[in-house]
Design a binder for this molecule. Structure first.
Ligand SMILES: [Fe+2]
Length: 273
């Protein structure tokens, strides 16, 4: 397939690619072209998709979150189910980063290259997990999966401010909280390789949430909005999930959340009971 020289069009082409390995390869190639200066963003490019978004394989079958069930860490199959669930999150994360690149016009060039960096790192995370799944005797698509992350991407298609508020700095930020206990369980089950992959993921996800926070702040300033009340209003309007502690406050601070925001988060969690 001919690859566009305009970055947002090329991100859209990667987004509609259904085959996971082909998508990873296309994202790596796009990142390389961007580094070499042969693929640059045009913030004004008028784009629309002719194919289904996101492109994804026939399997995994997508089901409502409650149908996915619990995963017993003490069996190899249970562990494979967990790695599969993480691989599915990373696959969605590649797509959400690509969607952030192509969908929203009129942003500074750095916005597009930031989200391209995220897409590249998510592709790397997905490939690490896919490889590990293979070592365990399974592959991506062998288990069912749920899609609550992508639903928020769809809900926020109309406004880049809502997207930044609710996808990276809400849903992806929950990954910062979820990572350490999951890593501990995997290490305890003797899966040091999976634990090492989770370390890489946490390191990079701090950067992704930081990118979300940075562009959320940029858009608030541009529109003359206050960070905290605007976030509360968007969370209500778009039915964001209620935050649940315990929070990884250290990672969240590194990702650029202010002390006021962390207090508001803990207050919302306590109020939800
Ligand atoms: Fe990731």
């Amino acid at each position: 397939m001919h690859a566009p020289t305009e970055l947002r069009a090329r991100a859209l082409q990667c987004l509609i690619e259904p085959d996971p390995s082909a998508k990873v390869a296309a994202v790596y190639a796009m990142a390389a072209a961007s580094r070499e200066g042969t693929c640059v963003p045009d913030a004004q490019a008028a784009l629309s998709s002719v194919a289904a978004i996101p492109g994804r394989p026939d399997k995994p079958e997508l089901v409502p979150p409650l149908q996915v069930g619990r995963r017993a860490m003490n069996t190899p199959e249970g562990r494979a189910m967990l790695i599969h669930a993480l691989a599915h999150i990373e696959f969605n994360a590649i797509n959400l980063a690509l969607d952030a690149v192509w969908r929203f016009p009129g942003m500074p060039a750095a916005y597009y290259t930031d989200w391209l960096k995220v897409a590249r790192e998510e592709a790397y995370h997905f490939s690490l997990l896919q490889e590990h799944l293979r070592r365990l005797g399974y592959s991506y698509g062998d288990f069912i999966a749920h899609d609550s992350l992508w639903e928020m991407v769809e809900r926020t298609c109309g406004d880049v401010l809502a997207r930044m508020a609710l996808v990276p700095r809400t849903l992806e930020a929950r990954g910062l909280d979820a990572n350490p206990p999951l890593r501990a369980k995997l290490a305890q089950a003797g899966d040091q390789e999976a634990a090492a992959i989770l370390d890489i993921i946490l390191r990079d996800e701090i950067g992704h949430v930081e990118i979300g926070n940075r562009w959320y702040g940029f858009l608030c300033r541009q529109r003359g909005l206050e960070l905290l009340p605007t976030y509360a209003e968007l969370a209500r309007q778009y039915r964001a999930p209620t935050p649940r502690g315990p929070f990884n406050l250290q990672a969240r601070r590194q990702a650029g959340f202010t002390e006021d925001e962390l207090l508001a988060l803990q207050a919302a969690s306590t109020a939800a009971g």
